[in-house]
Write a protein that binds this ligand. Structure first.
Ligand SMILES: Nc1ncnc2c1ncn2[C@@H]1O[C@H](COP(=O)(O)OP(=O)(O)OP(=O)(O)O)[C@@H](O)[C@H]1O
Ligand SMILES: [Mg+2]
Length: 406
């Protein structure tokens, strides 16, 4: 029979800081002293120890001290007597104060977490550094090339205009000759000239030359746009904050990716009217470039990329939707990790989204993704309407920093 009797040694009271016999030795008084959050574990350990052939009772838990604080104790117990059918009748146990050890462990865990956090920060900084160095040199290179191309482009454009005038004059002159020689059929010295004029197919030239000039002008204009986009894009010294037109950034990113996109997708632009945003425009361009490149890469065969902008509450939303392969749910959590890529070796570094995420967070914004495998994905970039980053005019509009993707 279980009597319910209990005995607490004087050291039991002393260890917890109580006067001897401050409370009745009983299971109930023991229970009252155990921290409620730990009681479930204590009961569970007891239950397994009580089972026939059960193991030693072993458990670490907190107990209340007279000043309403807690101490960690380690308890061990042994069933010393059982009824013939294996029910426990008597248990002997010890309690050991392990509070200091627990405190040290907790401090150690805290330090470990801090070290892990610092490591993650370091890794992020390293990735940023590698990427920003890469971007800086690409930026410098393209700005240099763009600059060098500007001068010859300028004189090619101006010369083409002059040439067009000259050629016009020459054609008129030739037409005059043609007319004049036509009326002099009887002059044999002009036979050769007439023959040459016929061979020259003047009528055809007259209709084709303006077309050639117009195509050439078009071509030059396109090169000029690319050069200006490159300059916009690389924006030497563009680390700085300033007001910028988001649509311009999107357009120059689309232009730069023209070749990559045009064989795979039709681009639909649905732009709302937006105010200029306080941002690091060249950094935002990196984000757009990567999101658009990802969208293009996700499409096999032919598809559609829709670029939408709108104002939603305190945010400007830039949405890039593709009709590509989509992202399986198990990858959704990982796509923002540095070096996560599903592209073949040498094709993708897996840095694009992690850099983009960092840039958008620096703008106090966030990126959200939704995707349906086999149907496509939507990436949404939220940027605060009232720039909240360094130097912004309205510091109070800072939304919370935690823009982690879900
Ligand atoms: N629009 C998208 N559709 C389908 N999968 C996508 C899309 N965007 C990103 N992903 C997935 O997320 C992964 C990581 O993208 P991220 O831009 O970070 O790197 P990457 O494109 O692979 O390489 P990098 O951008 O460095 O060249 C991609 O490899 C791809 O699996
Ligand atoms: Mg990418």
């Amino acid at each position: 029979m279980v009597s319910g009797e209990a005995y607490f040694a004087p050291r039991y009271y002393a260890m917890l800081g109580y006067e001897e016999n401050a409370f009745e030795p009983s299971f109930e008084s023991f229970r009252e002293l155990v921290h409620p959050d730990d009681w479930f574990r204590v009961v569970n350990s007891l239950r397994t120890a009580f089972e026939p052939e059960g193991p030693l009772f072993e458990c670490e838990f907190r107990m209340r001290t007279p000043d309403d604080a807690c101490r960690w104790v380690s308890s061990r117990g042994l069933i010393t007597e059982r009824s013939p059918d294996g029910q426990p009748l008597r248990m002997v146990g010890t309690l050991r104060d392990v509070h200091e050890r627990h405190e040290a462990e907790a401090a150690l865990l805290g330090q470990l977490a801090e070290t892990q956090r610092l490591n993650a920060e370091l890794e992020e900084a390293q990735v940023q550094l590698v990427q920003s160095e890469k971007m800086a040199s690409i930026g410098q290179l393209s700005a240099g090339v763009a600059h060098e191309m500007n001068t010859p482009l300028g004189f090619v454009k101006s010369n083409i205009g002059t040439l067009e005038n000259y050629v016009g004059t020459l054609l008129e002159l030739l037409a005059g000759y043609q007319q004049a020689t036509a009326g002099m059929a009887g002059v044999p010295e002009l036979d050769e000239v007439r023959e040459q004029l016929a061979l020259a197919e003047l009528d055809y030239l007259r209709s084709d030359i303006p077309e050639l000039f117009s195509e050439t002008r078009d071509g030059i204009q396109r090169v000029q746009r690319i050069v200006s986009d490159l300059k916009d894009f690389s924006h030497l010294g563009g680390e700085g904050w300033g007001y910028a037109d988001i649509h311009r950034g999107l357009d120059s990113s689309l232009n730069i990716l023209r070749n990559e996109i045009k064989h795979r997708a039709d681009v639909v632009r649905e732009y709302a009217s937006l105010p200029e945003l306080w941002c690091q425009s060249s950094q935002l361009n990196q984000v757009f470039l990567n999101l658009l490149a990802n969208a293009a890469h996700s499409i096999e065969g032919r598809g559609r990329i829709t670029v939408r902008t709108r104002v939603e509450g305190e945010f400007v939303v830039v949405e890039i939707e593709d009709t590509g392969c989509g992202i399986p749910p198990e990858n959704l959590k990982r796509i923002f990790d540095a070096f996560f890529t599903t592209k073949p070796v040498g094709k993708g570094t897996g840095l694009g989204l992690s850099i983009s995420y960092g840039i958008i967070r620096k703008h106090s914004g966030r990126i959200e993704v939704s995707s349906r495998p086999g149907h496509g994905s939507i990436f949404q970039v939220f940027l605060p309407l009232h720039g909240s980053a360094p130097g912004a005019s309205d510091e109070s509009a800072m939304p919370d920093e935690d823009g982690s993707p879900d």
